[in-house]
Design a protein around this ligand. Structure first.
Ligand code: CA
Ligand code: ZN
Length: 301
């Protein structure tokens, strides 16, 4: 049996207090629709952040109670397909985001979708690479607004969270209370103006508890690389966290000697920005799977 969940079943903060809208068995495919990060409120260029109802921004579809997921477990979420429905919207707003000091006029841009591309102002075609900005599980206590990334996942705005990727989270509450949303049809690393091509969309995914002791999370895997994702108040603090997480993975999980891990992180690892505009800033550290294979390690499936 597969499960369908629609975007009207949304929540706005990851929390053990939010009632799940669905109970799903592990290993079964879920099909979700998601709103854009403004809950569809910006429909024309005349709609701006001035008239926005902020209480319904950054919706995530869910939360979903994953049967059998217990605190301390690792939850793997395989993203089979992330599809942007369009149209997308972008906003430039004075004093907002990393470029706000250079923006003098507020502007809302509707970005039309055409086939597998988006079209910016009838001038620029950009191939879509649909990704989820918000994805995660509930923390043990309190509420983390969906605007904010962290150890639970949340608003990481990582361009690798796309079709074919697997995400790993540490479960903090019974059932994990998973959710996702904030799809971008395409986005650059950094998300510097405060948004990507913000779009409603559809996701097919399968959640599954896996046994990988010492895995640092949030963790991501695709065909080529593994990556750790770290969020902190500064990019300096975030990158230091990411380096420690990846070194921990390479030594404790993949079994590399400490110096080999460090040297290879410097030789073939890549430190990259995810976003620099959310309440905490997010970076990732990527490491090639082919090198893990050279040490006889493959991610357990
Ligand atoms: Ca976002
Ligand atoms: Zn977004």
């Amino acid at each position: 049996m597969a499960y369908d969940l629609t975007r009207d079943k949304a929540f706005f903060g990851f929390s053990p207090e939010v009632e799940p809208v669905l109970r799903a068995a592990q290993g079964v495919e879920l099909k979700l629709t998601t709103h854009d990060c403004f809950s569809g409120q910006l429909k024309t260029t005349a709609d701006t952040l001035q008239t926005l109802d902020w209480s319904i921004t950054n919706p995530a579809t869910g939360p979903i109670y994953i049967e059998g997921a217990k605190p301390g477990d690792i939850l793997r979420v395989d993203l089979h397909e992330v599809v942007a429905h369009g149209p997308s919207v972008m906003v430039a707003v004075p004093e907002v985001g990393a470029l706000g000091h250079l923006i003098t006029e507020e502007e809302t841009v509707i970005v039309e979708h055409d086939g597998d591309s988006v079209v910016f102002k009838d001038k620029v075609r950009v191939k879509q690479k649909p990704m989820l900005g918000v994805i995660g599980v509930a923390p043990a206590e309190g509420t983390i607004p969906n605007s904010t990334p962290g150890g639970h996942g949340g608003n990481m705005d990582c361009t690798l969270v796309t079709s074919g990727a697997s995400l790993y989270f540490t479960v903090a509450v019974d059932g994990a209370l998973f959710g996702c949303g904030d799809m971008h049809a395409v986005m650059g690393d950094g998300e510097v103006v405060i948004c990507g091509a913000e779009t409603p969309g559809e996701v097919r995914l399968t959640p599954q508890v896996v046994d990988i002791p010492d895995l640092p999370t949030p963790f991501l895997e695709n065909d080529e690389i593994v990556a750790v994702i770290a969020s902190a108040e500064t990019t300096d603090a975030a990158y230091k966290m990411a380096l420690d997480m990846m070194h921990g993975f390479l030594t404790k999980v993949a079994g590399l000697p400490a110096n080999d891990a460090a040297l290879l992180m410097s030789l073939v690892g890549n430190l990259k920005f995810c976003q620099v505009v959310d309440p905490l800033l997010t970076v990732r550290f990527e490491f090639p799977k082919s090198v893990l294979a050279d040490y006889g390690f493959t991610m357990p499936r």
